[in-house]
Design a protein around this ligand. Structure first.
Ligand SMILES: *Cc1c(COP(=O)(O)O)cnc(C)c1O
Length: 369
C-alpha cells in the first residue's frame, strides 16, 4: 500500500466535481466578479448555519480577525489576550491593529486557553479576549465570557478550525461579540483558494466590517474610513455554498475516524485528545501527545504515515516577535506542547484502509519503543 498522505485536497473536489464545476461556471457566466448575489447568498446561508444574525465574507481568516478587532476599536496602545498555543495568525491580527498580543497559557488537557489564567493578564489597556477553538475543540467560553463581562471587555473567537462545532449545545458563531472564520482549503469548510468570514449578532460590528472590507465605503466612491480591500471572492462563495451542504456529514466522517483512533490507541503510552462533555468538537486535527515526539514522527514516516506538527514553534519564539523580548523560559506549557504534539492523518476523505494502516503503524511505533 502507498504511504498515507496527511491530507489530499483533490479527493473532496472529485467527490463534488459536477456540482462545483457548475457553480464556478455559473459565476463566470454571470459577468459579476466582485461581491454581489453569490457572496450575499453564502453570507445568509452561513449565518443561518452558525445560528447568528450576520455573516460578512472577507478575503481570508487573518483579515477576518484583523477587521473584527478594528470593528471593536482595537488600536495602538491596546492589549488583546491571546493563547500562547495557537497558529501565529491569531497574534498577527492583533499586531496589525498596532496593539499588543498578551499571551495566556493553555489548559494541559484541552490545549486551549486556560480561563483560570486570564484574569492575571488583564490590565487597564486590555480591550479584547481572543480565545481560539484549536484543533476543532471549542475553548471553555462560559468563564471567558463571564470574565469579559466583569471587566468590560469584548470577546472575539478565532474559529478557523471549528466550523460546525458546538459549545453547550449551541453552534460556534454567536457566543462572543464576533467570531472569525477561515475557509483556507484545508479547513473543515474550505474553499478552492483563500476565503474568510466574520459572524456576529451585533449589527454595529457587522456594519463596520462590511465598510472596512470594501475600501471604507458603503456607497461607491464615498469613503467613510481608511478601509481595506478584503472581499470574499464570488467564485469562492459559490464553492463554499456547495461545500456548506456537506459540512455536517463530512464532520461526522471526521468524528468516526476520531472515535476509531480513541478506541484503538487508548491503551498505548501516549496521551490522546480529550473532549469535555460541554463541547462537540469537529476534529479539524487529531493531536496526540508523546514525550519522544520527534522519534515517533520519524518512525511513522519510515512506515509510510505522514504526520504534521501543529505548531513546531510557538508565536512567542518566532523571529517575528523578537521585538517583544520574550525569554526562552516564558510560556513553558506552550513550549512543551510544541515539542510533544503530533497530528495524525484525519479528514472526511481518509479511506478505511488508510485509517487501518495508520492505526496499526501508530501501535507498532509506540510498542516498539
Ligand atoms: C488557518 C488559521 C487562521 C488563518 O486563516 P487564513 O485564512 O489562512 O488567513 C487563523 N487562525 C487559526 C487558528 C487558523 O488555523
Amino acid at each position: 500500500m502507498n504511504s498515507v498522505p496527511f491530507l489530499n485536497l483533490r479527493v473532496p473536489y472529485l467527490e463534488l466535481k459536477n456540482e462545483i464545476d457548475a457553480a464556478v461556471a455559473r459565476v463566470l457566466d454571470s459577468g459579476w466578479y466582485i461581491l454581489g448575489s453569490e457572496v450575499e447568498a453564502f453570507e445568509a446561508e452561513y449565518a443561518a448555519y452558525c445560528e447568528t444574525d450576520h455573516a460578512i465574507g472577507v478575503a481570508n481568516g487573518l483579515d477576518a480577525l484583523h477587521l473584527a478587532l478594528l470593528a471593536m476599536d482595537v488600536g495602538a496602545g491596546d492589549e488583546v489576550i491571546v493563547p500562547s498555543n495557537t497558529y501565529i495568525a491569531t497574534w498577527l491580527a492583533v499586531s496589525h491593529c498596532g496593539a499588543t498580543p498578551v499571551p495566556v497559557e493553555p489548559d494541559e488537557t484541552t490545549y486551549n486557553i486556560d480561563p483560570a489564567r486570564i484574569e492575571a493578564a488583564i490590565t487597564d489597556r486590555t480591550k479584547v479576549i481572543l480565545p481560539v477553538h484549536l484543533y476543532g475543540q471549542p475553548a471553555d467560553l462560559t468563564p471567558i465570557l463571564e470574565i469579559a463581562r466583569r471587566h468590560g471587555l469584548k470577546v472575539l473567537e478565532d474559529a478557523a478550525q471549528a466550523h460546525g462545532a458546538r459549545y453547550k449545545g449551541k453552534r460556534i458563531g454567536g457566543h462572543g461579540d464576533a467570531v472569525a472564520w477561515s475557509f483556507y482549503p484545508g479547513k473543515n469548510l474550505g474553499a478552492m483558494g483563500d476565503g474568510g468570514a466574520v459572524t456576529t449578532n451585533d449589527p454595529e460590528i457587522a456594519d463596520r466590517i462590511r465598510v472596512l472590507r470594501n475600501y471604507g465605503s458603503r456607497v461607491k466612491y464615498v469613503n467613510e474610513v481608511i478601509g481595506y480591500n478584503s472581499r470574499l471572492d464570488p467564485i469562492q462563495a459559490a464553492v463554499l455554498r456547495i461545500k456548506l451542504k456537506y459540512l455536517d456529514s463530512w464532520n461526522l466522517r471526521r468524528k468516526t475516524i476520531a472515535d476509531h483512533y480513541l478506541e484503538e490507541l487508548g491503551k498505548l503510552r501516549c496521551t490522546l485528545p480529550s473532549a469535555p462533555n460541554r463541547i462537540k468538537p469537529v476534529w479539524h486535527l487529531f493531536v496526540i501527545r508523546h514525550a519522544n515526539r520527534d522519534k515517533l514522527q520519524k518512525k511513522l514516516t519510515e512506515l509510510g504515515i505522514n504526520t504534521l506538527i501543529h505548531y513546531p514553534i510557538p508565536p512567542h519564539k518566532q523571529a517575528a516577535y523578537s521585538a517583544m523580548k520574550f525569554r526562552q523560559t516564558d510560556f513553558p506549557v506552550a513550549s512543551r506542547l510544541a515539542n510533544e504534539l503530533l497530528s495524525l492523518p484525519i479528514g472526511p476523505h481518509l479511506s478505511l484502509s488508510e485509517l487501518e494502516k495508520t492505526t496499526q503503524c501508530v501501535k507498532l511505533a509506540l510498542e516498539a519503543r
